[in-house]
Design a protein around this ligand. Structure first.
Ligand SMILES: [Zn+2]
Length: 315
């Protein structure tokens, strides 16, 4: 009995290893999980600068949704029979990797829109090249178009030439909608992390034909100061009013203890690879989403109080 159980345990752990290699292996190096460290931490912290390691093999998440980003920042490809939508683009030196991932699943010319979550280079750095390749419209909020233009007009930190940035294209504002095939997207202005964070509601993903409502929250938290904290709080409260969210398409994988309970994108991708017929889809998790947003509301309320105290002490 004991032996049998042990054999089963070994078999199970081999399955995990196989799933890990099949699903999230880099194109050059197999991922190594450093002890019990979550995979998202390995990608965002421990091996953040390891370019070849970051080149995660792209993977299918739903019938119509694929992950084509490097390991530390998400790029989501949403497909419809009438054209595809890309959420974020990563940055150099990963843009070729993202393009290869896109080509694995669709004809790049079928991408009609590139939706940018916010004006930080790690999310929009590939937009100019991918727009050139696809002819897609690039979508962002006015304030973050300004950020993108600023980034494109200044030399890099090390004095390198300014990065290539997309030209101001499609400007959306709170409540604007976009229909592509069966997708009816609703855009929300949720500033705080940057002045023009763009949150996309109304994404429908299908699992074996069954629809689920997904969201891309364009960036939470705030950068510091009372104004940003108040913006961040108002934005979090706005996100909390969006009902019926079942799937959180994170812009960065980030797991516990500081990140998403139950695992971020990468941790859930391991569960997805091990999923058996009839098992629930590990990305469909409305309860965690609701609790997470509540927690973010509490955190932002506390941040506003802290910033108020700081402001009062500085007077
Ligand atoms: Zn950011």
């Amino acid at each position: 009995m004991r032996t049998a159980r042990r054999v089963m345990m070994i078999a199970a752990s081999c399955l995990v290893a196989v799933a890990l290699n099949a699903n999230v292996s880099g194109t050059a190096a197999a991922p190594e999980q450093a002890g019990s460290e979550p995979l998202s931490k390995t990608y965002r912290v421990t091996r953040a600068k390891d370019v070849e390691f970051q080149k995660l093999a792209p993977f299918k998440v739903f019938d119509n949704l694929y992950y084509v980003g490097p390991g530390y920042v998400s790029v989501w490809l949403l497909t419809t029979p009438q054209g595809d939508i890309l959420f974020d683009t990563a940055q150099e030196p990963y843009v070729d990797h993202v393009i290869a991932g896109i080509k694995k699943y669709v004809d790049p010319k079928d991408i009609k829109y590139i939706v940018l979550s916010h004006g930080h280079l790690d999310h929009f750095g590939g937009a100019a090249r991918i727009q050139e390749l696809t002819g897609a419209r690039v979508v962002a909020i006015d304030q973050d178009w300004k950020m993108i233009e600023d980034v494109g007009s200044r030399p890099g930190r090390d004095g390198s030439p300014p990065p290539r940035v997309p030209k101001r294209d499609m400007v959306v504002k709170e409540g604007d909608t976009l229909t592509v095939g069966d997708q009816h997207l609703i855009f929300h202005w949720t500033p705080g992390h940057t002045p023009g964070v763009l949150t996309t509601e109304g994404i429908t993903v299908y699992d074996g034909g069954k629809p689920y409502k997904a969201i891309v929250w364009g960036g939470g938290g705030y950068r510091g100061g009372l104004k940003d904290a108040e913006d961040g709080k108002a934005s979090t409260d706005k996100v909390a009013t969006i009902k019926g969210v079942q799937v959180n398409l994170q812009i960065h994988s980030w797991a516990e203890p500081v990140g998403y309970p139950g695992g971020g994108v990468l941790e859930r991708s391991l569960l997805l690879a091990k999923r058996k017929p009839g098992d629930p889809h590990p990305f469909v998790d409305p309860v965690t989403w609701t609790n997470w947003v509540k927690r973010a509301q509490d955190t932002m309320a506390k941040s506003v109080e802290t910033e108020k105290q700081k402001a009062a002490a500085a007077k």
